[in-house]
Design a protein around this ligand. Structure first.
Ligand code: MN
Length: 520
């Protein structure tokens, strides 16, 4: 197949290694409804390490004490990937990164300042000369503590290219080791990005001694295309997030970039260090931790990404998968046969299965999961991998001010829907009754009354995790209060109980206040 297509790399030339800089825990996490707590971030970071990313941007150490702790914890827990923290050019920001990460196995600082006329004038209220000075000072300061310093001119794609050349040349001279070009507002196009990257590589003195990187947003749906254009022009690092989460329309999607390079390796002649069989699991884990589901037609990891609906396609795939399949579901870690356990399965079989799914749980946690598993296996005939994943991840997402204990509802055609809910609020058990327009409404009203919340429900979505009427219900809920937003997810064979769990998770997330953040 490849023989009929243009090859970009020279025949026989070794493929170029592209490094993957994952910013799921920084750019991704600061997007609406995606906040994670420390424990959730650590679990995700460990999965990113298994996935094989080269760098993890763990947060923005100076933005809040919670972010600082998280960066510190991830930096010291991981031995594989380089861990970095974002910083504005203020020296206090750089010092916060250093303080959080020093002593880590492999770490660095990522500093940024806006470079576009719009941002310099209205956001920073700084003259271009002062921006260059601040950038140089920040990079030089960071280099005193680490030899891995990345610099990003924010809003680069709307900046004056001549000014960018000057700014980048100065930070390279000051010791920056990675120069990242962000399309902060998702404005550029592939050819334009290619031209900008080419110009910087050609005109910046010392460009061959540093790594150029790219960071694209998806406002026009071009993040992956623009990133590929940048690496075709000579960038060697690409910044991205799992499921493409991030500010507004999100960042370039890690799984799409990696599979584009892998599936079309003969064209690009580039490789990454990603273990692609971990892609699907990484996507599922992030969805479970944040409650932010991917759309069914999302490339690579969406529910329909490998589903062939048209009869002629199904027929072709059965005769030879290559007819309509450019990559296999197995290559991204989607298993075709996921039927595994039942009510007679023991603790050992469950522990084996959890490990096979890529989770690492301790004894106490296994006890909790096994208890839940038995309860679930009594209710359902078969327990699928997806069910087990949901049980494992419930524990991770469980921590919060409000804890679910139990509930019952009464509903039907001739009664006022009524709910009894028992919650633990800051350690105190509270039980209350309430009513509503339907059973879910009655439960939500009662939870709000107990928790003392005045939030409004903005999204309520039900999915079945697996097929059949005995499938577990997976409910996603988004709530808002005072322009803060919280997303939560709950699973249970009983859809009303799943709704209650999701609502409480959203409420707990909503209550996590955070300082206003910015970034590239
Ligand atoms: Mn960004």
């Amino acid at each position: 197949m490849e023989t009929i297509m243009a090859k970009q790399g020279q025949p026989g030339q070794a493929p170029t290694r592209i490094t993957i800089f994952d910013t799921t825990l920084r750019d991704g996490e600061q997007s609406p409804g995606c906040t994670m707590n420390r424990e959730e971030k650590l679990v995700m970071a460990q999965q990113l390490a298994r996935l094989g990313v080269d760098t993890i941007e763990a947060g923005f150490a100076a933005s809040s004490p919670g972010d600082f702790e998280s960066v510190h914890e991830i930096g010291h827990a991981l031995k594989g990937p380089r861990v970095v923290s974002l910083a504005r050019t203020g020296l206090a920001d750089i010092d916060a990164c250093v303080e959080a990460l020093k002593g880590s196995h492999h770490w660095g600082v990522h500093t940024f300042i806006a470079a576009s006329p719009l941002h310099m004038k209205y956001k920073l209220q700084m003259e271009p000369d002062d921006v260059v000075h601040a950038a140089v000072q920040a990079v030089a300061h960071a280099r005193r503590f680490t030899d891995s310093v990345e610099f990003s001119p924010e809003d680069a794609t709307r900046s004056d290219p001549a000014f960018l050349v000057r700014l980048v040349a100065e930070v390279v001279r000051a010791g920056a080791t990675i120069v990242n070009i962000p399309d902060t507002v998702g404005y550029t196009t592939p050819r334009e990005m290619h031209a900008l990257m080419t110009r910087l590589l050609n005109e910046v003195p010392g460009a061959d001694g540093v790594v150029f990187s790219v960071h694209c947003h998806n406002d026009l749906g071009l993040a992956v295309a623009n990133s590929l254009a940048a690496i075709e022009a000579g960038a060697r690092q690409v910044e991205c997030t799992v499921n493409g989460i991030g500010e507004r329309a999100g960042n370039a999607s890690l799984e799409e970039l990696v599979m584009a390079l892998k599936t079309r390796q003969a064209f690009f002649n580039m490789v990454t260090g990603i273990r692609t069989e971990e892609l699907y699991h990484s996507s599922r884990l992030l969805t479970q931790l944040t409650g932010m589901a991917v759309q069914a037609n999302k490339a690579i990891v969406g529910a329909n990404a490998f589903a062939h609906e048209a009869g002629i396609h199904q027929d072709g795939v059965l005769k030879n998968p290559l007819t309509y399949e450019i990559m296999t579901p197995e290559s991204v870690g989607i298993k075709s046969n996921s039927l595994v356990l039942g009510k007679h399965s023991g603790r050992h079989a469950l522990a084996d299965r959890i490990r096979a799914l890529g989770y690492d749980v301790g004894g106490v946690e296994l006890n909790r999961i096994f208890k839940e598993f038995k309860r679930l296996a009594d209710l359902k005939k078969t327990v699928f991998d997806e069910d087990i994943e949901a049980l494992v991840n419930q524990g991770v997402a469980g921590a919060g001010r409000v804890v679910f204990r139990g509930m019952s509802v009464q509903s039907g055609t001739d009664v006022t829907p009524k709910a009894t809910v028992e919650l633990e609020v800051e350690g105190e058990v509270v039980r209350r009754e309430g009513t509503g327009d339907g059973p879910v409404d009655a439960v939500f009203n009662t939870i709000k009354a107990i928790a003392g919340s005045h939030c409004t429900l903005t999204l309520y979505k039900v999915n079945a995790i697996t097929g059949g009427t005995d499938a577990q219900g997976e409910v996603s809920v988004t709530v808002e209060e005072h322009s803060r937003r919280g997303t939560g997810r709950g699973t249970d064979p009983d859809i009303i109980v799943a709704s209650a769990k999701a609502f409480i998770a959203a409420l707990n997330r909503l209550e996590r206040k955070r300082a206003p953040v910015e970034g590239v």
